[in-house]
Design a protein around this ligand. Structure first.
Ligand code: ADP
Length: 461
């Protein structure tokens, strides 16, 4: 900031000297008639040209200086920045910290004098939920520095000065004033997470406790509808059928809530096994044939990536089969639910040799483009005249996302309104040699678990 200030002063002095020259020498000479009007105009023109040249030189610097003043003004404003509950850090083009507010001190434990002029990555140490340092590719500040676009993270973990790990949400924004500075705003979200955990624990306990009475009610309603056991008139049968549908919906809701609370709490038991995705796709399609047929919908298994055994090797993944089944059955149930007529196609294929993809395509009502980014959020339902008539909880796709994340995969959707939708699940693919190795180690693990179980039973006896 010193450089532009001194250059600006020099240019201002130059202009002032020239103007003084014109006023002190030109004007008296003109007044005393020793200088002609033409000569005075020429002198003024020369000064004008020099003024314009000097202005062109100093203009960017004044603008820069003005911005710097404005920024310095803003940055030094205790009232605004230091009263924010968010931690605010500004880093310069060389990633050196140039501003560190009070909340940043509270969250990180570092004092401004410890950090000003230091590279941000010496202070902001991000780790994942297993306390391992995150990769540069996952560092949002690194991403913003590379692309100069804003980045946001809803949940990241920050190692404090005292080596505590704090959950934070973070927003990284480039400052658009040609300075290449970056503003980092972050917030300690420990309390929100604790609250969410408490809520989830309550939901989980409630869902667990509800399962038995719901199953009992459903069972009795089933008995009431069974003509071999009880006789009810048509009206009563209609009411009981409706009650049974509602109870089934309630049971589904509690089942999903229980699964979600497990997935969110990382309590999901994952037992990975080598799965041949082509066989898996065929199996699950067979299981859903009658459900699809009840709505006159064709359900076909059309594996594009493994059509010919000679050309294509098996598509293998190492994952939990039950959890993957839960995901794909949710997608198939939705496909059947949101399709009035036509075909549902299940496909398995590969991407870049390293990934396996299983997809479910339907010819149903489709999803408006503005709803697609929100589909996998908790309780999100597309709200239009078509979906309002179809029941649902808005939890199925959220659960799918949580399960797929636990399986280290990816899930996404593509859709055309009124034409149909495709939901994709991508998992890491393994080759035959890896599968043989993993099969052997899974068997060893299984044998070891069995031994522990046998020993435990013997101890009990
Ligand atoms: P729901 O119980 O409401 O079906 P989901 O989480 O499974 O909850 O789905 C969220 C929303 O996404 C649904 O309400 C529906 O609007 C939309 N959706 C999901 N799958 C499909 C599909 N195959 N075709 C059209 N819309 C779908």
């Amino acid at each position: 900031m010193q450089q532009p200030k001194s250059q600006l002063t020099i240019h201002i002095i130059q202009i002032l000297m020239l103007l003084t020259g014109v006023i002190l020498l030109g004007l008296p000479a003109f007044c005393t008639k020793t200088l002609s009007l033409e000569a005075l105009i020429v002198q003024i023109l020369i000064v004008g040209v020099m003024f314009i040249k000097a202005w062109a030189l100093i203009k960017p610097q004044t603008a820069d200086l003005f911005l710097n003043f404005k920024q310095a003004d803003l940055l030094s404003s205790d009232v605004v920045l230091n009263s924010l509950s968010d931690g605010i850090i500004v880093i310069d083009r060389n990633n050196m910290i140039k501003f560190f507010n009070k909340s940043a001190v509270l969250i990180t434990g570092f004092q401004p004098e410890d950090v000003l002029g230091m590279n941000y990555d010496l202070i902001l140490k991000f780790v994942n939920n297993e306390n391992a340092p995150i990769l540069p590719a996952d560092d949002p500040i690194f991403a913003t520095r590379n692309t100069f676009t804003a980045n946001q993270h809803d949940l990241l973990y920050l190692k404090t000065r005292g080596q505590k790990t704090k959950p934070i949400s973070l927003q990284v924004t480039p400052i658009s004033d040609n300075s290449s500075d970056i503003l980092i705003a972050f917030r300690d979200i420990s309390r929100e997470l604790d609250k969410e955990r408490e809520q989830m624990e309550f939901i989980s306990t409630a869902s667990h406790e509800m399962r038995t009475p719901i199953a009992t009610i459903n069972g009795y309603l089933g008995l009431a509808l069974n003509p071999k056991i009880s006789q009810v008139d048509d009206k009563a049968q209609e009411y009981i059928t409706k009650a049974q549908a509602a109870v089934e919906h309630l049971g589904e809701l509690f089942k999903n809530l229980l699964s979600i609370s497990k997935a969110e709490d990382k309590q999901m038991t994952i037992t990975p096994k080598v799965i041949n995705l082509t066989q898996f796709g065929e199996e699950i399609c067979n299981d859903f044939q009658s459900q699809a047929a009840s709505k006159n919908i064709h359900l076909v298994f059309k594996p594009s990536g493994s059509r010919s055994k000679i050309l294509q090797p098996d598509i293998l993944v190492h994952t939990d089969k039950n959890l993957l089944y839960e995901v794909i059955s949710n997608l198939l149930e939705n496909a059947i639910k949101y399709t009035q007529q036509g075909t549902i196609t299940v496909d398995v294929g590969i991407k870049n040799q390293d990934f396996a993809i299983i997809s479910v395509t339907d010819t149903g009502i489709g999803i408006p483009p503005e709803d697609i980014p929100h589909l996998f959020q908790k309780f999100y339902r597309v709200d239009n005249s078509q979906t309002r008539e179809i029941g649902g909880t808005g939890l199925g796709l959220y659960l799918c996302r949580k399960i797929v994340e636990n399986l280290h995969g990816r899930i996404w959707a593509e859709s055309s309104l009124s034409q149909g939708s495709t939901f994709f699940v991508e998992l890491k693919r393994i080759n035959q040699a890896q599968a043989t190795k993993l099969n052997a180690s899974d068997q060893l693990q299984q044998a070891a678990n069995q031994q522990v179980f046998t020993d435990h039973r013997q101890n009990l006896n």
